[in-house]
Design a protein. Structure first.
Length: 575
């Protein structure tokens, strides 16, 4: 019994000492003992001897009650401390986001809330999945706000771009590759210099967990909208326009997205994701990117399933537009004489707003594989429906449908640390709309039937990042196949690639070299980058102008860009 009493008393005295240390000399409950500082070993020994000499059964029971009371009070204090820590982490002045949405392959992390990657992107997640609970010592996004259970993160950058072109294009900081000037005109004898802030971005991202699903709302805009006629004279009143505006819901293996987004047909950097950081649209400063790039920012309904880790499959219904050229400098087809009225009404000629009667959405499917973090592969296809109607004889009151189709194969592989090899390849029969509208989708024959135009494109190159520098080089190419027919008179050639038209292109090619240099970056204060790009673009039409004019058009371009990117990152959300 002496041993039992000694142990119990020692435990009680130790608990009282711990409580006194945590409570800074306050009363230790109902025991009637005021605890000041921890007792010494000698005092403990004296208490043991005293207990051995005078202990009774009632004293043992009192001692047990004291131990239980001290244990209950310690447990309550621990629960209060945990609750206070959780409250501070959830509603304090600095909510803790994830460390970085994007980071340099070998440099320090740069907090960016999923905008254009400014370094070779090592993305933390292949999809906008629900992230684990927050960890200690994480960097905090200073601009992030919380309203209820949702986090709002501003996204954007301030951008100053200067561009020099050896031949005047008159297109601002975006290049219309298929409409390069050639011939003996002032455009081919005078150069062009532009300075602009139009590529600056502004937007926000909203994250929330709703019934176990991760919900993301994303909005992004720039200043490249339709400009007033006096924009370049005095006030430079650039127009704000929408780029992206979508909502995405992901739960377990399933994901649904709706809104204006990067089309599913746009190459990805990792997995299948609508976040700009996960999409490949080059590192170019040209706001029309690279000749040959397959892309779109259009309304889309997307469904994604991830049956196993590192595998994603998606289908999308994109807003359609049956297109005959004329957008972004792209050439138009040569119409049958009797059917020119279909241009700009039933077929989009680049000046059509929303009047084209499209038959059905464009259907896109994609399979993405990421067996390791250094390798991304994707393959997919495209199906399109075209349809026109004619009330003029012959024949009259008849509908003429046609189906177009295409496919793509894309690879993004890190061959060694910081060095990535990329190739993105597209072929289609009626898919010119997705090559930045540089090739028409189809021609119209004299009998009202439709015939899709075959086209192929590629953007291949390398990206190499080392510390705070990123070097990039790409080759982009477009090849448009000839598609000819005869007009109703049986003599005039119509369609695409006709001998009498010097505007209908056979090839458009672009070689690009560039550097993206981080001057400084801080997770709390953002990043400042200098970006340089040199490009040489060549346009070769199917028919050339008579001598002495050159057989092709070409231009040399130099872009210089200074960009400050806002700090920010996606928030950490619990399940």
């Amino acid at each position: 019994m002496r041993g039992v009493w000694a142990v119990l008393l020692t435990v009680a005295l130790g608990v009282s000492a711990f409580t006194a240390e945590a409570g800074d000399g306050t009363s230790a409950g109902d025991s009637g003992v005021t605890v000041g500082s921890a007792p010494t070993a000698a005092e403990n020994a004296k208490e043991v001897v005293k207990l051995e000499s005078s202990a009774s059964e009632s004293e043992v029971q009192d001692l047990r009650s004291l131990v239980e009371e001290q244990r209950a009070e310690l447990k309550a204090q621990q629960l209060r401390i945990e609750a206070l820590e959780e409250k501070l982490g959830a509603t304090g002045s600095e909510p803790a986001p994830t460390t970085a949405a994007i980071s340099s392959a070998s440099g320090p992390a740069t907090l960016i809330a999923s905008i254009t990657p400014i370094s070779s992107a090592t993305v933390t997640s292949a999809s906008p999945a629900v992230r684990p609970a927050q960890e200690e010592n994480q960097e905090v996004s200073p601009l992030q706000m919380r309203i209820g259970s949702a986090y709002i993160t501003p996204v954007g950058f301030m951008d100053f771009t200067g561009v020099y072109r050896s031949r005047n294009q008159g297109t601002g900081i975006g290049t219309n590759f298929a409409g390069l000037q050639y011939g003996d005109t002032f455009n081919t004898h005078l150069s062009e210099l532009r300075e602009s802030m139009q590529n600056s971005r502004i937007g926000f991202r909203v994250d929330a967990v709703v019934k176990g699903a991760h919900v993301i709302g994303y909005m992004e805009s720039d200043f490249l909208g339709n400009n007033p006629g006096n924009v370049a004279v005095s006030s430079n009143s650039n127009t704000l326009r929408s780029r992206l505006y979508w909502v995405d819901v992901e739960k377990a293996k399933w994901e649904v997205l709706g809104g204006q987004t990067w089309s599913l047909i746009t190459p990805g950097r990792t997995g299948i994701s609508p976040l700009p950081a996960n999409v490949f649209f080059t590192q170019d400063m040209d706001v029309n990117y690279q000749a040959g790039l397959v892309w779109g920012r259009i309304p889309e309904l997307r469904f994604v399933v991830r049956p196993i880790n590192k595998v994603a499959f998606a289908v999308a219904l994109d807003s359609p537009e049956q297109y005959i050229g004329g957008s972004a400098g792209g050439p138009t087809i040569t119409f049958p004489t009797a059917l020119t009225g279909l241009s700009g009404t039933q077929l989009n000629n680049g000046n059509t707003t929303l009047s084209t009667p499209n038959a059905a959405p464009d259907f896109i499917a994609k399979l993405a594989l990421d067996p390791v973090s250094r390798f991304h592969f994707e393959i997919g296809g495209l199906v399109r429906d075209f349809k026109v109607w004619n009330s003029l004889p012959p024949p009259s009151g008849t509908t003429f449908p046609k189906v177009g189709a295409g496919g793509f194969v894309n690879v993004n592989a890190e061959l060694f640390r910081g060095f990535r090899l990329l190739t993105n390849n597209f072929w289609a029969d009626g898919g010119g709309r997705y090559i930045f509208g540089q090739v028409p989708d189809l021609i119209l024959r004299a009998d009202d039937t439709l015939s899709p135009i075959k086209a192929a494109s590629t953007v291949s190159g390398i990206e190499f990042s080392h510390r705070s520098s990123l070097l990039f080089a790409y080759y982009g190419g477009i090849y448009a196949y000839r598609n000819l027919a005869l007009d109703a008179n049986g003599l005039t050639v119509i369609g695409y690639g006709v001998p009498t038209s010097s505007s209908q292109n056979r090839t458009v090619q672009e070689e690009t070299l560039g550097i993206n240099q981080t001057i400084w970056g801080n997770p709390r204060y953002g990043a400042l980058n200098f970006i340089g790009q040199y490009s040489h673009v060549t346009r070769n039409p199917w028919a050339t102008l008579p001598s002495p004019n050159p057989p092709n058009a070409h231009v040399d371009m130099l872009f210089l860009d200074l960009r400050y990117t806002l700090p920010g990152s996606a928030p950490t959300l619990g399940n």
